[in-house]
Design a protein around this ligand. Structure first.
Ligand code: SF4
Length: 174
């Protein structure tokens, strides 16, 4: 059964928590796109998985609603006393996500993570070229307009773990 394969893969890779929801319960908010526009992460308009290139809100919602079920994953990372471990933490999160993608590569799932699509070293959007791998594009949770803070609160998941530890959220759709 597909769900069991996904849960096994999640457990094998190792995350701190996960919750199963219906994709209809994913929370999207226009305010997320508005904050993307401030471009604090540097991806706005420069990554095909991020706004405005990821499409409007309806397009983004539909992409997730094409699947019935969602599993939200969380990996809690220590960012360092002075946030000096931020980059290392991101790298570790992306490595786990890659491992999960690898384990589920033959399954009919969509996996979304934090940040923009990182499949290419530099997204083709930066040089206004077409996406190199449209079928393999890695969608972003925030870049798709998901309100992760509200969702984590509603689901009782840990967003801010205190002592410079935060949750990095990812999602498997099936
Ligand atoms: S596959 Fe490459 S070009 Fe396409 S969105 Fe991802 S990083 Fe950008």
């Amino acid at each position: 059964m597909l769900r069991d394969k996904i849960i096994n893969a999640i457990n094998e890779v190792g995350f701190d928590e996960y919750k199963e929801i219906s994709s209809a319960d994913i929370i999207f908010a226009d305010a997320v796109f508005a904050s993307c526009k401030a471009n604090t992460c540097g991806n706005y308009g420069l990554n095909y998985a991020c706004p405005p290139l990821s499409g409007d809100m309806d397009e983004n919602k539909q992409r997730f609603l094409n699947y019935d079920h969602a599993i939200i994953l969380n990996k809690i990372m220590f960012l360092g006393e002075y946030y000096e471990k931020m980059e290392d933490s991101m790298t570790e999160v992306f490595e786990r996500l890659d491992e999960l993608r690898q384990k589920l590569k033959d399954e009919p799932v969509m996996i979304a993570g934090p940040g923009g699509c990182n499949l290419c070293k530099e997204c083709a959007a930066k040089t206004s070229e077409p996406c190199r791998f449209p079928e393999k594009k890695r969608y972003s949770m925030e870049g798709s307009g998901m309100d992760i803070v509200s969702m984590s609160r509603k689901l009782g998941m840990i967003y801010n773990a205190g002592d410079k530890k935060v949750g990095f959220f990812m999602m498997v759709l099936y």
